[in-house]
Write a new protein. Structure first.
Length: 208
């Protein structure tokens, strides 16, 4: 890819929302705190196995609203891209399915990493795969990514299955380099993509 003129990341256009066959994915906004808190509590038993931020406890609606507002600001500053994924159809109303996003933003390299967690009642319905597929297309198609990473604890077999189904290549496998929320040691499986070649087909649009 030819060198691009270096620009201040705050001037990068990030077209929202991203739409998939079942979901609308958008940056987190003020007002999202209560819904995020509800699905966080629903999913707590599994989240606390894998997500480092659970070490701070479930928190309250107002604490989660604070996180939503801080991350709304980070999105505008282009320092992080926390997103939420809702169902498309209002049945009876849009249901919040997952928290996700692009993180570890390196605008010079155009390297990003994908993170995700799905509410417990929606597990094993293909939502994480749909979200990560969409964010992969979005990163390369809308943000001119050169490198896209997804990392998972080595024992997190459900997450690793999602990543491997999407055709990411295993870049590194470390034995013990992180501490899980329960204090036990874990390794990290880091997967990478440099393009969307052979990504499972998915209709994804953004900015519409
Ligand atoms: C990992 C997680 C996001 C997966 O979400 P999901 O929407 O259920 O994922 P999908 O339905 O797209 O795919 C899950 C795949 O893992 C498989 N799977 C589920 N549990 C598994 C387990 N314990 N061991 C191995 N595979 C498992 C499913 O069968 C499915 O594969 P398949 O399509 O071949 O049948 C979800 O379990 C979660 O939120 N976990 C807690 C947070 C977390 O670990 N986030 C990732 C941090 S890297």
């Amino acid at each position: 890819m030819p060198n691009e003129i270096k620009m201040d990341p705050i001037l990068v256009d990030i077209p929202m929302p991203i739409q998939t066959p079942r979901l609308v994915i958008r940056n987190v906004m003020p007002g999202d705190g209560a819904q995020v808190q509800a699905i966080k509590e629903e999913t707590w038993d599994i989240l606390k196995k894998w997500m480092p931020w659970t070490a701070h406890g479930t928190g309250s609606i107002s604490e989660t609203e604070k996180v939503a507002r801080e991350n709304y600001a980070k999105f505008i500053l282009r320092t992080d891209m926390m997103m939420v994924a809702h169902t498309l159809a209002p049945t009876p109303e849009q249901e919040l399915i997952a928290c996700t996003g692009l993180h570890n933003l390196d605008w010079d390299v155009r390297s990003f990493s994908i993170g995700y967690w799905v509410r417990a009642s929606a597990h094993n319905k293909g939502y994480a795969s749909e979200i990560a597929n969409a964010l992969t297309r979005f990163a390369f198609g809308a943000l001119n990514a050169r490198r896209l990473i997804i990392s998972a604890a080595t024992e997190n077999t459900a997450s690793r299955r999602v990543i491997e189904k999407l055709g990411f290549d295993l870049e590194s496998l470390s034995a013990y380099d992180s501490v899980l929320p329960d204090g036990s040691m874990s390794g990290t499986a880091t997967y990478v993509r440099y393009n969307t070649d052979n990504l499972p087909p998915l209709d994804v649009t953004w900015g519409v």
